[in-house]
Design a protein around this ligand. Sequence first.
Ligand code: AMP
Length: 482
Amino acid sequence: MTFSDLGLSDKVLKAVAASGYKEPTPIQEKGIPHVLQRRDVLGIAQTGTGKTASFVLPMLSMLEKGRARARMPRTLILEPTRELAAQVHENFEKYGQNHKLSVALLIGGVSFEEQNKILDRGADVLIATPGRLLDHFERGRLLMTGVEILVIDEADRMLDMGFIPDIERIVKMVPFTRQTLFFSATMPPEIEKLSQQFLQNPVAVEVARASSTSTTIEQRAVACSTVDYEKRATLREIIDNAEGLKNAIIFCNRKRDIGTLWKSLDRHGYSVGALHGDMDQSNRSAILEAFKKNEIKILIASDVAARGLDIPDVSHVINFDVPFNAEDYVHRIGRTGRAGRKGASFTLVTPIEQKEFEAIESLIEQDIEWEGAPVEWDEGAGKKGRRGRGKAKAAKDGSGNGSEKKAAGRPKHDKKSGEEGSEPASKEAAKSSGKKDDKKKKDKASDEPKKNKKASKPKPAEIKDGTHAFGAEEFVPDFIKR
Ligand code: AMP
């Protein structure tokens, strides 16, 4: 099958040829003809499968007929994060190089004025995050009655981020006669229900089993200690010994650890940047660009900040923590081994992460091979997991559970900060208790200079207002500040 068999316009085919793509990916092959026939499509596909082009290419072909009217976009694409929205925008620029379409990007962190100008001129394509779109709508800058095609991308992530009520509101504003394209990497029951609500007689296109991991990714688990500086030493060993490591994304479960890890790796001389939701848009873009250009080799990120980022040649993904949600594991390691390339992932596993680790193995229906000796599970703590009821109660009433703490043997601050201050926090994000860090005695730091140990203590004032101990500024490497 070639691209020219799919029914795409000549202009689009030219742009595809210029991109150097030899043949359509499975989601493109199966999806594009249906989109061109104006059918609703339910696409079950992970990022990295060529899913974006599977809707951008036919949309471009279809948009060649007709014209945009002021404030009345003809198509609307909803994305859960700014980066993902910006990426889709890049896709329209790349594949739409032979078109004269007007594409508006409505995302937070960008001035309303610029966005309004494009809307006023009339947008063929509107790419938006739900919050910013509703802002514009409420200010009377937008009419949704001209939308012919609605794309809801990364629906499962929209759910995780609490965007579903916004999406439901937006869908009500769009004409009933629209064509809807709905994409999700996984299909939990809530998403299935939504797809039934939004789609009419859809064609389901599934390119990989929901929640499966790509076969081109070599996955390894590495046993490590719960003691934070030992864990960081294990991480450095992985980085130093990983075969063919060109660049890597390291995922942390907690925002707090992103800062600590960034400082530590930077101090150890690694080329490292970090991405988290508290950073403003320009800092995030600068870090991402630096990583894409290989000026930064290692990017530390959270699930929310890194969601859907298209960085084509990441050689390694390292999970500094076993993700809380098994689905996040699939998304995280999907950053590597994209579009048929080879990739590798390492997951650091502590004795208390049995529950989360086993949930992943059961989701992906395969055992993850251990690099070295397997971890020895701490049955008491591990089975309950980090989100065990005992801990939730302890966090709520401050009582704690002695045996659990002992068994877990991890610093108290591990229970604290949650995900992404400026973006919807995960349900698990426990509020800081403000207790002192009890691991400081142990931290006779093989890897941290003394003055810095002070900095890593929780600071009640910062915790109180929810700001991060490491401000966004500190995530900007010197060469970018200059
Ligand atoms: P996506 O799943 O949309 O994030 O796309 C993942 C990557 O695959 C992007 O870098 C695309 O540029 C690339 N890609 C999309 N379609 C093709 C194709 N047919 N052949 C090769 N690479 C592609």
